[in-house]
Structure formats: C-alpha cells, structure tokens
Design a protein around this ligand. Structure first.
Ligand code: NAG
Length: 226
C-alpha cells in the first residue's frame, strides 16, 4: 500500500522539479512597466539591462531603428556581416526581452560557428539559399538548406552557423528572445582571446602540435571582430 502511494508522489516531485528547472531557464525577465528606454550614457552599476531614461525625455525615435535596412560590408575573411539591432544601439528594446540581427552573406560566405549564451534564435531567410546547422548537447548535428521565405530555429546556447550555398547574395533576419543575446564566436574565443589561452591548453584540448595552434592564433588573434 505504502509503496504504491509513493510512486505517484515521486512522479509529482519529478514533474515539479522539471517544471521549476524549465521555468527558471527562460530568457530575459518580463518588464515591470510599459517601457524603460535605455539610458546608454548611464554609469550606474546595473545587474540587468540599462537604467531607464526619464519618461519626459523619451522620444518616438527611441522605438525605431533603421539600421537593418542596408546591407553590412561583407568584404572580410568570412564574406559575411552581422548588423545588430539590440539594446546597445536600439535603446527602446531595454527590458523588452527581444532583439534582431541582419546577416548578409556573399556566395560561399559564412556566419562562422558561434553561440548566443542568452537567447534562442529564430531566423527568416529574406533572400538566397543558406545551409543552417547546430549541434545539440548530445552531439547530434541538425542541418538543412533553408530558402527565401523559410525559417529555422537555433535553441539557446547551442553552437551553430549559416553558410550561403546559393549563387547570389543571401540575407537572413534573425530574432532573439533577449535584448542582448551575446555572441561567442568559436574561432575568436578559442584562438583570439586577450590574453591568449595558453598553447598547452589548446594542444592538449585539440590533440595537435603547437604549430597548428600557432597557425590558428595567427589568423584570429588581436580581434574580437572579423
Ligand atoms: C559590417 O558592416 C559595417 C557597415 O558597413 C562595417 O562598419 C563593419 O566594419 C562591417 N563588419 C565587418 C566585420 O566586416
């Protein structure tokens, strides 16, 4: 009797725990007011987001952003450019829990392997044909060629890429459930940090010689951007 009673109870505890874990893994917290336009000049120490501008100095333009209307300059080693519309340049987004990017890719161009620690990404192919892929924590690779008008989703925090496999330029619009998703760009994080990760750590990690690490460091050091 007691045994058969304890089973549903432990199941309940299991479900409650899973629910708590899932609900604590949400993206940005809900706002507590209509808006809190970021005061990007504020020097106060803040834990989440930026302090609000006084409502008296909030203007319509705080809620508009034209930066995604033009392509970025793709004349770089990856043949791509990421134009960001996040709280850092679009102050009306502060506390609202979302942001967008525009990704421009020349034929053969790539938005290299990277992850967003604070957001899931929903992408829409505006133009072109793009191979999109990510790797799960179970090390499974999920990938598909996505065409104009089609969409994809990259679960939060997972390593992913977009690669233009079409014959013309590609444009991808991405939305994030964070006002500042953050980006960990694999090549720059591993081989271009300041100061650099010691070679011994990298040779042991990747099971290769110093020369391989030095070659990779020579390509990515001294920059957080490409
Ligand atoms: C992306 O494009 C912008 C606007 O043309 C440019 O200022 C920036 O340097 C480009 N970034 C890269 C990484 O090429």
């Amino acid at each position: 009797m007691e045994y058969s009673n304890s089973k549903p109870r432990s199941l309940l505890i299991l479900f409650a725990t899973v629910f708590l874990i899932i609900s604590s893994c949400r993206a940005d917290p809900d706002p507590l007011q209509d808006f809190c336009v970021a005061n990007l000049q504020a020097t106060d120490i803040t834990v989440d987001g930026f302090p609000c501008k006084p409502t008296s100095s909030v203007v319509s333009d705080d809620f508009f952003f034209s930066g995604l209307s033009a392509p970025g300059n793709t004349n770089n080693m990856f043949g791509s450019n990421i134009t960001q519309a996040n709280v850092a340049n679009f102050p009306g987004l502060n506390t609202l829990g979302l942001s967008m990017n525009r990704v421009d890719l020349v034929p053969g161009g790539i938005n290299p392997l990277h992850s967003h620690p604070r957001a899931t990404e929903l992408g829409f192919i505006l133009q072109g044909e793009v191979l999109v892929g990510f790797v799960s924590t179970a090390n499974a690779f999920y990938s598909k060629t996505v065409k104009a008008g089609e969409s994809f989703v990259i679960p939060r925090g997972l390593v992913h890429f977009q690669f233009n496999v079409g014959t013309g330029n590609a444009v991808v619009i991405t939305a994030f459930d964070s006002q500042l998703p953050g980006v960990v760009l694999a090549p720059f994080t591993l081989f271009g940090s300041t100061p650099a990760i010691p070679n011994d750590v990298l040779t042991k990690t990747f099971q290769v010689d110093q020369s391989v690490i030095n070659l990779l460091k020579s390509k990515f050091s001294g920059s957080t951007n490409y």
